[in-house]
Design a protein around this ligand. Structure first.
Ligand code: GDP
Length: 299
């Protein structure tokens, strides 16, 4: 929890600190509401969600004296309500051996790192984990995944540079099945500048693994970088056109004041948020808890 608080420090300084900076006690008039709405938008809660939160506040307290503490409390309550239905960890169905997790997202968002952190968590739970280096286009991504594999004791299935991602995924699943792995985490490419090629590649990966296991992938996790703010919306839309995204992981909350984007995404898309990244280390993937996230956002 301390990690989450620390991770959200920049957002909460802007948002919670911003509200405190506006007033200590003041009548909640139109001008104050507008200023509050602006603060929410600046912290990337999005226009729609920010308007909703201020409208809720106005409904209860318009023209009444409010303290900044009461406003932060009211916002935190409403935000927790928005986040509660989406705060769902990535759970493995024991009926799947292995449970296949396809991890997608734009390059640099933290896919490989998130796979490493997830591998660590599943290993800590005593699961047999295997990793597939499906971002075959970038040698660095393969190397990085191998390092995570060594660090966590999870075998990494990789091919030669530029090998076909789909056949690599096929081989990895075959091996994971043969060895009775609990979970197979598949890394993928994220070259969004060539959307058509990326879509073809992802679809082919899915088509090929479905041949071995018709129910796979059992989860398709989209990794989003919180520092990109509202851009994350476009990424969700784009990847949903390509694959059946079943959940999100939001990374780099530690490096940004734009942590409110998680609330906006939850409100707009309602997709499960499995976890949040608050640093580069193996233990810096935190479970997504609606209440503590909402309170920490407000400082
Ligand atoms: P990929 O291209 O999507 O696989 O992204 P990487 O996993 O290579 O991550 C890109 C960079 O972001 C690396 O330097 C990671 O260490 C860093 N990174 C990933 N997640 C986080 C996070 O939650 N917080 C911070 N501060 N850095 C992160």
């Amino acid at each position: 929890l301390a990690r989450l608080k620390q991770g959200l420090a920049r957002t909460s300084a802007k948002l919670g600190g911003g509200i405190i900076g506006l007033f200590t006690k003041r009548k909640l008039d139109e001008a104050t509401l507008e200023e509050l709405e602006e603060l929410l938008i600046q912290a990337d809660l999005g226009v729609k969600t920010s308007a909703k939160l201020t409208a809720n506040l106005a409904r209860e307290r318009f023209e009444k004296e409010v303290t900044s503490e009461e406003v932060r409390q009211a916002f935190a309550d409403d935000i927790a309500e928005i986040l509660t239905p989406v705060a769902l960890p990535l759970t493995l169905d024991p009926a799947n051996r292995p449970h296949v997790v396809l991890v997608v997202g734009v390059n640099g968002t933290g896919k490989t790192t998130t796979i490493g952190k997830l591998a660590k968590q599943f290993r800590d739970q005593g699961k047999k984990v295997m990793l597939a280096a499906g971002d075959t286009f970038r040698a660095a991504a393969v190397e990085q995944l191998k390092i995570w594999g060594e660090r966590t004791g999870a075998p990494v299935i990789a091919g030669p540079e530029n090998c076909d991602a789909a056949s690599l995924a096929f081989d990895a699943l075959k091996q994971a099945k043969a060895e009775g792995a609990d979970v197979l985490l598949i890394d993928t490419a994220g070259r969004l500048h060539n959307k058509a090629a990326l879509m073809d590649e992802l679809k082919k990966v899915i088509r090929v693994i479905t041949k071995l296991e018709p129910s796979a992938p059992h989860s398709t996790v989209l990794v989003l970088d919180a520092t990109t703010g509202q851009n994350a919306h476009a990424q969700v839309e784009t990847f949903r056109e390509m694959v059946n995204v079943t959940g999100l992981v939001m990374t780099k909350l530690d490096g940004t004041a734009r942590g409110g984007v998680v609330v906006a995404l939850a409100d707009v898309f309602g997709l499960p948020v499995h976890a949040v990244g608050v640093g580069e280390g193996a233990d810096d993937l935190r479970p997504f808890d609606a209440n503590s996230f909402a309170r920490n956002l407000m400082g």
